[in-house]
Design a protein around this ligand. Structure first.
Ligand code: ZN
Length: 129
């Protein structure tokens, strides 16, 4: 995740998180880098191809895992969950945001949005990237 985020700097990167979830605890086993296909400014926007997400979901199942989250980076910005992030969110995924400053990893947060897309709770990251 961090390597992908640093390589994509100063643009945003994005990808999928595969793993398992039980009793409210999610364990990430693999991060799958994806192409940012946003046609807007990629320094502040990301968009995933629905096919890529579907592909990651299939890969997860094949390997006995689930697609449990999405990650993306915030170049020269804090790892907060933005209005846009909220608008494009879905409540069944965790959203990991990585803050990259000057091309270096700064910090990361994980967010769990509600179904109404009105707010996202911060989740505890036990082994931050
Ligand atoms: Zn964002």
């Amino acid at each position: 995740m961090v390597a992908h985020a640093r390589k994509s700097y100063p643009n945003e990167c994005c990808g999928a998180l595969l793993g398992a979830s039980n009793d409210g605890e999610k364990r990430v086993s693999a991060a799958v880098p994806m192409e940012n296909v946003s046609t807007g400014p990629q320094r502040s926007r990301y968009e995933l191809r629905p096919e890529d997400l579907l592909g990651a979901d299939r890969q997860a199942r094949r390997e006995g895992m689930d697609l449990i989250g999405i990650y993306h980076s915030h170049p020269d910005c804090d790892a907060y969950f933005s209005e846009t992030d909220l608008k494009n969110s879905c409540p069944w995924y965790s959203f990991v945001v990585l803050s990259i400053r000057d091309g270096k990893f700064d910090h990361a947060n994980s967010w769990l949005p509600n179904a109404e897309q009105t707010k996202a709770d911060k989740e505890e990251l036990i082994h931050p990237v």
